[in-house]
Each structure stands twice: as structure tokens, then as C-alpha cells.
Ligand binder design. Structure first.
Ligand SMILES: [Zn+2]
Ligand SMILES: [Zn+2]
Length: 345
């Protein structure tokens, strides 16, 4: 099979690898869609980040947001059938620790934990070897591209919103309108949050967010004061998807008293100059949320058709595997929506 790896110098390498054979409890997927995540750019594509074993790339086929069709069942598989359409939860855990039992394989600390696209082969190849238990079956009306978008980005945004208990009682501010911010705005709307505002320095990203209906109002970071017209006393919930120190500060500043802050975007520092006026006297709750659980991912793919929500609307650009280098260059530029590698079915 043909696959793409990321050498770590802002290039993509196409390689030929033997077709994998599923072992016990595994399935072989024909990959149909594999989207690119901000984490791929930050921790692998530009350079290989070292230190955290969860973020150490081991030269495997990249891509941790895969969706595909089951084509071969390994021995002992019990749930899936050939022809099932699935998205893959992007971390394979030990399956037995407290975190795995709760479906948060992301937090599994077993040495056997391996993330697709980081420590085991991921979705940027024609075939993908997956554990049956990591596969989430997609309803008929949820496309492969929808599923790939859920595998990391939409799942991550959904989890952040659930953590803050977002509902129709809340207004929502989303800081950072990249793919995860778009997902937070769209899913926040599905959960009933109104109004929704967005902040991003990129005019292209603000325009896309408004066009998709992810937010009702969008502005640049130096215009956040104007959002009081929409938010009144402030947002009930602010989600930072920017991962920047300034973005997090903006998110906190947009909250009303007793507001809830959710940290979703990764990297950089979270700096609070004066804890009392900024957090304590305003009685702010800060949630930190990392990826999602298998349970919430299954719940999300089931709810999407009910809400009439198509995650693939955030995909702005699609590329064949042969053009993965171009796909990564575009994703790295940070002005597009979600960038996807798609395969012929
Ligand atoms: Zn991701
Ligand atoms: Zn585990």
C-alpha cells in the first residue's frame, strides 16, 4: 500500500509499505478519508516534538483522523462486519485501565498505548489496520469525511462543550476559528447556545465561520470590546481553540460573572496576571479538556443526523494521497478550513 509519513522538516514523504494483515481483534479498513489536524502540524510536520510520549512521532504512516470501510475481519472480531463504515477513535489504549474503561483511551498510560498516526500507522494510506474496539460505526447519512472530522476535531470540540454543560441557557464565545473552533460553534448551536460569537485574527477564517453559521458575530482580537453589544454582561461559556496565550486571556475577558472557561487549543502558556480580579472575584470555572471519549464519539455520530449537522462542511480543501505535500502546506498556512486527504471508494 501507498502511505504518507512526515519526516519533520515541513515535508511529506510518500512510501510503499506491505499490505497489513489483521491479527486477533483487529480489522483492515480501506481508508476513505483522513483529515489533517492542527496537532499534526504543530507536533510532527514542522518538527518532531520530543518529551511527552503521547506526542512522540515514531515515523509511522501519519493521520489520526481516519474513516474507512471494513474489508477484512481478523480472528475473534465480534461486532463489525465487512462493509461497515467506521471512523476510528485515534488512540488505541490498553483497554483495561480506569481511563480506557471510561472510554478515555487518550489518558491511558499503559506502555501499550499507541495513537494512530503517531506511534502506529494512521489514516494517510490506502489501508489501515485498526483495533475493532476503536472503531465507531457511522450511520448511513454520516459520510466518511464527516466521520474523519469527528475522529478528532469535532469530538474534541464536543467534549469541551459537554465539560462546560453548554445548553440553551448559555451564550457562547469561541476564540480561534480554525477547524476545532468552527466545530465548537456549530455544535454549540446544536446544543442550543445563543448567541454565539467568534474571535480570530484571520479575515478568511472569520468569513468562513459566519458563512457556515458557526457563529452569529465574528471579530478580530483587537475588536473584542465590540462584542458587548451581542453578549451584554458577557458570555456564559468561552471556549479557547486558539491555543495562544493571548487567545486564552481574551476568552476569560469575554466571560460574565460565574462564567465557564474551557481550554481546548493546545500549546503555549496560560497566564493570569491577577488571580483575584480575573478569576476569583468573578467566580470563573476553568475546565481543561483533552480530546473525547469513545462513548461521547459514538453519541456524537448518532446525534449528528438528528441535528442535521454535517461536520464535513468545515472541510475547505480535499487532496488525493499523492498530493499530501500540498495538503500539508495549505494546512500549515492557517488560513483555510479543514484540509482532507480523500480516497476513491
Ligand atoms: Zn487531532
Ligand atoms: Zn488503558
Amino acid at each position: 500500500m501507498r502511505g504518507a509519513t512526515l519526516p519533520g522538516n515541513s515535508t511529506v514523504e510518500l512510501v510503499d509499505l506491505p499490505d497489513p494483515t489483521p491479527g486477533p481483534g483487529q480489522v483492515l479498513l480501506a481508508t476513505r478519508a483522513s483529515t489533517i489536524c492542527g496537532s499534526d502540524i504543530r507536533a510532527i510536520y514542522r518538527e518532531h516534538i520530543q518529551g511527552d510520549p503521547a506526542e512522540t512521532y515514531q515515523g509511522v504512516v501519519a493521520g489520526h483522523e481516519p474513516a474507512g470501510e471494513v474489508i477484512v475481519l481478523g480472528p475473534g472480531t465480534r461486532r463489525l462486519a465487512v462493509g461497515d463504515r467506521v471512523a476510528v477513535y485515534h488512540i488505541s489504549g490498553c483497554g483495561q485501565c480506569d481511563d480506557c474503561v471510561r472510554g478515555y483511551q487518550i489518558s491511558c498510560s499503559s506502555p501499550s498505548r499507541a495513537a494512530y498516526g503517531w506511534q502506529r500507522d494512521g489514516g494517510h494510506a490506502e489501508l489501515l489496520l485498526a483495533e475493532e474496539r476503536d472503531c465507531v460505526v457511522l450511520p448511513d447519512s454520516v459520510s466518511f469525511l464527516d466521520g474523519a472530522c469527528v475522529a478528532c476535531g469535532f469530538g474534541t470540540a464536543y467534549e469541551g462543550l459537554l465539560r462546560a454543560g453548554v445548553s440553551g441557557r448559555d451564550s457562547l464565545a469561541v476564540v480561534g476559528l480554525g477547524p476545532v473552533g468552527l466545530a465548537a460553534g456549530l455544535l454549540g448551536g446544536a446544543l442550543g447556545a445563543v448567541p454565539r460569537v467568534g474571535v480570530d485574527p484571520s479575515p478568511e477564517r472569520r468569513a468562513l465561520a459566519l458563512q457556515l453559521g458557526a457563529v452569529d458575530v465574528a471579530c478580530a482580537p483587537d475588536e473584542v470590546a465590540s462584542l458587548t453589544d451581542t453578549l451584554g454582561a458577557g458570555a456564559h461559556v468561552a471556549v479557547d481553540c486558539s491555543g495562544s496565550t493571548a487567545g486564552r486571556a481574551a476568552a476569560v475577558s469575554l466571560l460574565r460573572s460565574r462564567g465557564r472557561m474551557v481550554l481546548v487549543g493546545e500549546g503555549n502558556a496560560f497566564e493570569i496576571e491577577e488571580a483575584s480580579p480575573t478569576l476569583i472575584h468573578r467566580q470563573i470555572t476553568v475546565h481543561a479538556s483533552w480530546v473525547t471519549s469513545l462513548e461521547h464519539m459514538r453519541e456524537l455520530v448518532e446525534r449528528l443526523p438528528v441535528w442535521g449537522l454535517r461536520p464535513e462542511v468545515v472541510v475547505s480543501d480535499r487532496f488525493a494521497l499523492e498530493d499530501a505535500g500540498e495538503a500539508y502546506r495549505l494546512a500549515d498556512a492557517g488560513r483555510s478550513g479543514k484540509v482532507a486527504i480523500v480516497f476513491q471508494g
